[in-house]
Design a binder for this molecule. Structure first.
Ligand code: CP
Length: 317
């Protein structure tokens, strides 16, 4: 594997999940693979899980790891071409990328959507510059439109916990006070669409995701109807995708909060969320703390998805 930014990069999902579960059984089986190899993790945005799980995964493979928070301690980076750099940004990505690449073997990048210009976000301008200019394998640690390490961990978690071969998976929008990108729901939809699961997306009017991510999913604007018979409930907030309202919060309707009454409509569904989560906005305390909540094993599987991806990137160096 030369890069990892979408579900297409990982190949057949059954093989990827088998490999991940093999790694999970013995995560130190490949400690020689990363010897004398260096991972550079670059964060343009904050992180808890991605930072720690990816670093741990790299250490499990014997890699050296460097982490740079671009907005804390480094020169502020300009990402747009042709800009007169008379502001607070001291260095351009065009120089910074090849310089950083000269110090490492693999690069992970986290760069969220700006939520101001839909075209700019959906062109993945920052991530793409790393792919084009670094000469190194690049993987996404959440980019403007996708979060594939999260989705891979989500898939592993569903495969571990499913009680039927083709579960009904419902991804439901839930309220949040701030505008969040569409990367996690886009990516989850992309990965679910690559399975044979029964996949439903529930969101209020005005919150439909981009058609290329919705794919074969059934879109429901009635959350309760969507949840009927669900085996997995995946809650997430996202801001509007539609052009006229792109990046806006149109609703904070707490009638969309996932609570015990909603979960009672399901087939004793497991509850999932990528975290961090706003309690009693996205999900009530009793649901996230219930025995059917998978949020902690789901987060733990981030180490496994990252290690599987890094292993494949190292094998192809
Ligand atoms: N789910 C996830 O990516 O968490 P962090 O933002 O903390 O990395």
């Amino acid at each position: 594997m030369k890069k990892f930014t979408t579900v297409a990069d990982i190949g057949p999902l059954d093989k990827a999940v088998s490999e991940a579960l093999e790694i999970k059984r013995d995560r130190f089986a490949f400690t020689d693979l990363g010897k004398n190899k260096t991972l550079l993790m670059l964060f343009f945005n904050s992180s808890l899980r991605t930072r720690l799980s990816t670093q741990k995964a790299a250490m499990n493979l014997g890699m050296n790891v460097m982490v740079l928070d671009v907005n804390q301690g480094a020169w502020k980076l300009e990402t747009e071409r042709g800009v007169i750099m008379d502001g607070d940004k001291a260095e351009h990505l065009l120089e910074a990328i090849p310089v950083m690449a000269s110090y490492c073997d693999i690069i992970g990048v986290r760069s969220f959507a700006g939520l101001k210009d839909r075209n700019e976000d959906y062109e993945e301008r920052v991530l793409q510059q790393f792919i084009d200019l670094s000469g190194r394998p690049v993987f996404s640690m959440e980019a403007a439109t996708r979060h594939p390490l999260q989705s891979f961990a989500d898939l592993i978690t569903i495969e571990e916990h499913k009680r039927t071969p083709r579960p009904k998976v419902v991804m439901t929008w839930a309220p949040h006070p701030r505008a969040l990108p569409q990367a996690v729901p886009n990516s989850f939809a992309e990965w679910m669409n690559a399975t044979d699961y029964d996949f439903v997306i529930a969101n209020p009017e005005g919150y439909d995701l981009a058609p290329e991510f919705v794919g074969r999913a059934i879109v429901e604007h009635d959350q309760r109807r969507a949840l009927e018979g669900a085996d997995f409930v995946y809650a997430k907030n996202w801001s509007a995708y539609e052009a006229q309202n792109y990046g806006k919060v149109l609703s904070q309707d707490r009638d969309w909060t996932v609570d015990a009454e909603k979960m009672a409509l399901t087939n004793d569904a497991a509850f999932m969320h990528c975290l961090p989560v706003r309690r009693n906005m996205i999900v009530t305390d009793d649901v996230i703390e219930s025995p059917r909540s998978l949020v902690i094993p789901e987060a733990a599987n981030r180490e496994i998805s990252a290690q599987t991806v890094l292993k494949r990137l190292l094998e192809d160096l």
